[in-house]
Design a protein around this ligand. Structure first.
Ligand SMILES: [Zn+2]
Length: 336
């Protein structure tokens, strides 16, 4: 480098001058004791302090990294790694967080985030579920596109849920006919319906849930000519149940409800608890009327009583063991 480019303007001398470098200890930054050594340029003619860009950049880097070390403020590399993990751009990340357009760009280039931004970044880095909430919020409010949303790479734990959902869809989707009440299987409806039933019924057990769903689907077929969930049911010892016992899969879902398994000395008892976040806006008034009526009829009956009622239905009596129950029998329902 030639000498000319190293010259810096000195206000006191009012001209470009050569500079010397002195070292100085910076003791404090934003109330934190940092004690870092900095290199400062001084005018080689008058000794005045000068602003030398190359030196100041190095000083700032040193200062910020020491300050980050001491306060735990998020680092540029943390943010870059995080974006790479989820396959998102700086623009997408600010859209998700609803921050100013250039915020992340500045932080990744070394600017020091304020404490609250740093806290939020550290939280989304550490807690995927928290980040996922932010992403879903951004998607719902149109800040990120569906494409961005679908391209994001969530970790295994989250993917397991969607693999389970895919598996359920795959197993339970069939052509529309009399065995699903002329309705395509709808997992979203099913999850919300279970969330709703389990919030209205105390002590909802697995066996009862099957009967609730069966009565709701069949009653809706009887009165409104379609099932509500598109589920297929089969005849089983304890009454109608979801085809191939796939309620076992369904009950592993965690969006709208969760199962609580207790071991008694004879067997295992599965209770379904609502997360009380169900969305019933997808059901019509007529459907809600059916759903509420079924809940009203059964909510004070125990598992045995509900089973007994289902055993008096023609649908159960006339269908062979482990065979699909036709929705034709809906017209003969006795209790709804
Ligand atoms: Zn000078």
């Amino acid at each position: 480098m030639n000498k000319e480019t190293r010259k810096v303007y000195c206000e006191k001398c009012n001209k470009k001058v050569d500079y010397d470098i002195i070292s100085e200890i910076k003791k404090e930054y934003k109330g934190v004791e940092v004690n870092i050594e900095q290199n400062i340029g001084i005018c080689s003619e008058c000794g005045e302090r000068l602003y030398v860009t190359e030196l100041e950049e190095i000083n700032l880097d040193k200062l910020y990294s020491r300050y980050r070390e001491l306060t735990g403020i998020v680092t540029p590399q943390d943010i870059i790694n995080f974006r790479e993990k989820y396959n998102i751009s700086q623009r997408e990340l600010v859209a998700i967080l609803d921050w100013g357009k250039m915020t992340i760009n500045r932080y990744e280039r070394g600017s020091l985030p304020n404490q609250s931004h740093s806290d939020i970044l550290k939280l989304i880095i550490k807690e995927e579920s928290y980040f996922r909430e932010k992403v879903e919020d951004a998607y719902k409010n149109g800040r990120i596109s569906e494409k961005t949303y679908n391209n994001m790479h969530f970790s295994m734990d989250q993917e397991k849920t969607s693999i389970l959902e895919k598996l359920i869809e795959l197993r339970l989707s069939n052509e529309v006919n009399i065995y699903n009440g002329f309705k395509k299987f709808d997992l979203d409806r099913l999850e919300n319906l279970i969330g709703y039933i389990s919030s209205k019924v105390n002590n909802l057990y697995k066996t009862s849930l099957n009967k609730y769903l069966w009565y709701i689907d069949f009653s809706n077929y009887k009165y409104n000519l379609k099932s509500i969930t598109g589920l297929r049911y089969m005849r089983y010892t304890f009454g109608p149940i979801i085809e191939d016992m796939d309620y076992e899969l369904i009950l592993n879902l965690k969006n709208k409800f969760e199962k609580e398994v207790t071991e008694s000395y004879r067997s295992e008892i599965t209770k379904i608890k609502s997360k009380d976040n169900y969305d019933i806006s997808m059901f019509s008034d007529k459907e809600m009327e059916i759903i509420d009526r079924v809940i009203e009829v059964f909510k004070d009956k125990n598992v045995g009583e509900i089973s007994d009622l289902s055993h008096k239905e023609k649908a159960w009596i006339e269908t062979k063991d482990k065979e699909l129950i036709s929705y034709e029998y809906a017209h003969d329902l006795k209790y709804i």
